[in-house]
Design a protein around this ligand. Structure first.
Ligand code: KG4
Ligand code: ZN
Length: 339
């Protein structure tokens, strides 16, 4: 491999997706994700089951990524792996695997922060515009809700975060109350497409500054549904699309209000979203229409780079490789790492 071409294997196993990607510089050759379906029937991720599923899938997923990209192991220049935040057992599977492989191949190990990686997915060269620094990024996932100023690939400033539940968690918990399987966020999105978001009103929590809160709104939704079901036990079945559209509408409104505020406070007009909830169609549409109105340049990741994936680990690994930011082999997972 030409020395100006950095070829990486990237591994992501922080939660319930076993993922591997192969990259050359900022291009992704192959991005594979094995979704662990087993958690659906438990209504949430069961950590012990997640670790076991990673254990059985990691070798086949990595082998398939190498084969599909046409890259042999001896061409790899390094291995990037998520070291946190995430579930301890899940992270251990990916990290142990990456350590062993890097040691056998005698190539650097690169430790990647999962939240930083969600943001840097925007630096992947997939033909879509790449945001210039500094840009604003709203990272919305199952475990996090963060408003950031991205000064560089390695320097991100947190402007605001959630005081309680993450927005993805709020989507999933609302879906659970509605009787939908885990993860409920994408299902709320699907039903909402058929519904009227103005049908049911919820009030926006007044949280100062650029922080968020979703636990109050979740309780509002719970009481609203309990109240209506007392009057009509089939209320949810009869009105599911309108309920989903109204819930999704209030969540997205909360996010957009803070994003507008952050742009006004910082003066930054390059505005991005990232993380699993950035796959939400209403959020994507609202970002585009608000962006036109506010004269922003907006950046929305391709669907495959929204939810957990290893391509985002590869691009982060690439930037760390360029600055020789390598991990030592005694590194352990950091379950609560921040950006
Ligand atoms: O980034 P991610 O894959 O994993 C974490 O790092 O947490 O995000 C997963 C979250 C879940 O809460 C899932 O319900 C939510 O992203 N999600 C969505 C959509 N697709 C995924 N929420 C709303 N609408 C979607 N289309
Ligand atoms: Zn994630």
């Amino acid at each position: 491999m030409n020395s100006s071409k950095i070829c990486l294997l990237a591994i992501e196993s922080s939660c319930d997706d076993t993922a591997a990607a192969i990259s050359i510089n900022n291009h992704i050759l192959c991005n594979l994700v094995y979704n662990q379906e087993i958690h659906s029937k438990y209504g949430g991720v069961v950590p012990e089951l997640a670790s076991r599923a990673h254990q059985s899938k990691i070798v086949p997923v990595v082998a398939a990524a190498l084969e599909q990209s046409g890259i042999t192991k001896n061409l790899l220049n390094g291995i990037a792996v998520t070291t946190g935040p995430g579930l301890q057992g899940s992270l251990l599977v990916g990290l142990s695997f990456a350590k062993s492989m890097a040691q056998i191949l005698d190539i650097p190990l690169i430790a990647v922060n999962h939240m930083q990686a969600h943001v840097l997915a925007h630096l992947i060269d997939d033909g879509s515009p790449i945001p210039p620094f500094p840009f604003l990024c709203l990272t919305v996932s199952g475990g996090h809700t963060q408003l950031l100023v991205v000064h560089s690939a390695s320097n991100m400033e947190v402007l605001g975060t959630t005081l309680d539940d993450a927005v993805g968690e709020a989507f999933d918990k609302s879906a659970k109350i509605l009787g939908l399987p885990y993860p409920g966020g994408p299902l709320i999105d699907q039903y909402a497409k058929l519904g009227n978001g103005a049908k049911y009103k919820f009030s926006i929590p007044q949280i100062e500054g650029l922080n968020f809160s979703f636990s109050g709104i979740k309780t509002q939704i719970l009481y609203f549904l309990q109240q209506n079901q007392m009057e009509d036990s089939a209320f949810i079945q009869k009105n599911l699309p309108d309920i989903c559209a109204s819930i999704q509408g209030i969540f997205v409104e909360i996010l957009m209000k803070k994003l507008i505020k952050a742009s006004k406070v910082t003066g930054i007009r390059h505005v991005a979203i990232s993380g699993g909830v950035s796959a939400n169609s209403h959020l994507r549409n609202e970002l585009q229409s608000t962006g036109k109105f506010m004269n922003w340049k907006t950046y929305i990741p391709a669907f495959e780079y929204c939810t957990d994936n290893a391509a985002m680990i590869a691009i982060t690994g690439y930037y760390k490789f360029l600055s020789s930011d390598f991990a030592t082999f005694d590194i352990t997972p950091n379950v609560s790492a921040s950006v």
